[in-house]
Ligand binder design. Structure first.
Ligand SMILES: C[S@@+](CC[C@H](N)C(=O)[O-])C[C@H]1O[C@@H](n2cnc3c(N)ncnc32)[C@H](O)[C@@H]1O
Length: 333
């Protein structure tokens, strides 16, 4: 019998098995289990038949998904919950199953976190400093759906659709999602992306799906060393990168952005940003451990860090705005 006001082990047990939940979700996404449940839903035999996985595997994954609340079971049939229908059906713009697959693949690296915590140095086999590393090639298409609503929100806020023949530089643009969304909104605009060569190839294919590739250009190289030019761009983006860099690197890169922007131009930084007392969105708070694991000097930086660095780099106005995702956007001009 439970005693009132006594803690139960439920929350701790849920967290202990958090890696199981991620792997069950990643496995279901990889094998199209949620797709197999669209419409009327199905039983384990039906899911196995539609997806080509084993009956035993289908049943285990369906049990797990029911346990974590992503599918429901009624009269022997499993159906997707509204969250699964919105975010886990392949081909949808908001699809997060690719990210679940990537996270499942990185669970072995997370097993080394106790070492990184002890030493304060990364324990992952590849850090973000490795040029054009394979992790980026799988990560960037997988995280595009997270950036999609943010790219849309910023385009709307800045009135990109009616801004005329504007031009921007997206540094570490990854899949090219920001350029795709902004170019789609404004048919007179042109966008450039600086990233590693293989990532840029992935971006060109991605942007083609939005029918805007003719106004999208790529620059191959390391953003630490490539010159961004002078007074060339109306906007610049730095999305999900500041967290991998040290404070000194961020100031140096922000200075290059200030020089590359036309007078009055705007830099947009999208990242998982903490409040100044180190509270914030749970994703941003846990992300500090991902950065310990895989970077030598990265962190979930606080709002005041960005304000200080942007001021040092010559930006006069800084606006910090929440987004429909766990990320925050900073507008600096
Ligand atoms: C986390 S992803 C973010 C992608 C994109 N901005 C977004 O928000 O979806 C980081 C990107 O930065 C690129 N990148 C990391 N370090 C880089 C470097 N030193 N030079 C050029 N690109 C780099 C990676 O290839 C990857 O595309």
């Amino acid at each position: 019998m439970s005693t009132p006001n006594q803690p139960t082990p439920d929350k701790v047990m849920q967290l202990i098995t958090g890696g199981w939940a991620a792997a069950i979700l990643g496995s279901a996404a990889k094998h199209g289990v949620f797709d197999a449940l669209t419409g009327e839903g199905d039983d384990a035999a039906g899911v196995a038949n539609k997806t080509g996985i084993s009956h035993r595997g289908a049943q285990a994954v369906l049990d797990g998904l029911t346990g974590v609340g992503l599918v429901t079971l009624s009269e022997g049939r499993y159906t997707n919950t509204p969250e699964a229908s919105a975010f886990l059906i392949k081909g949808q713009p908001a699809y997060l199953g690719g990210m679940a697959e990537v996270m499942t693949g990185s669970l072995a690296e997370w097993g080394t976190l106790p070492t990184a915590v002890e030493t304060g140095s990364p324990s992952a086999t590849t850090t973000t400093e490795a040029a054009d590393n394979d992790f980026w090639h799988v990560l960037v298409p997988a995280i595009a759906p997270l950036s999609l609503p943010v790219a849309r929100m910023t385009a709307e806020r800045l009135g990109i659709a009616t801004a005329g023949p504007v031009r921007w530089l997206d540094v570490g643009g990854g899949s090219g999602i920001w350029s795709a969304v902004w170019l789609e909104a404004n048919t007179e605009a042109t966008g450039a992306q600086l990233d590693w060569p293989v990532v840029n190839t992935i971006a060109k294919q991605f942007v083609t799906k939005f029918s805007v590739a003719d106004r999208f250009e790529t620059i191959d190289g390391d953003f630490h060393t490539v010159d961004f030019g002078s007074a060339n761009y109306d906007y610049a983006m730095y999305g999900n990168i500041a967290h991998q860099e040290t404070p000194a690197n961020n100031v140096a890169i922000f200075r290059k952005f200030r020089k590359a922007l036309k007078p009055g131009g705007t830099l947009l930084i999208n990242d998982f940003v903490l409040n100044d007392d180190r509270t914030g969105h749970p994703f941003a708070m846990m992300f500090a451990s991902q950065l310990l694991l895989a970077t030598t000097g990265g962190n979930s930086w606080c709002q005041s860090d960005y304000r200080t660095w942007l001021g040092e780099a010559g930006f006069e106005s800084v606006d910090i705005v929440p987004t429909p995702s766990p990320a925050t956007v900073i507008f600096a001009s």
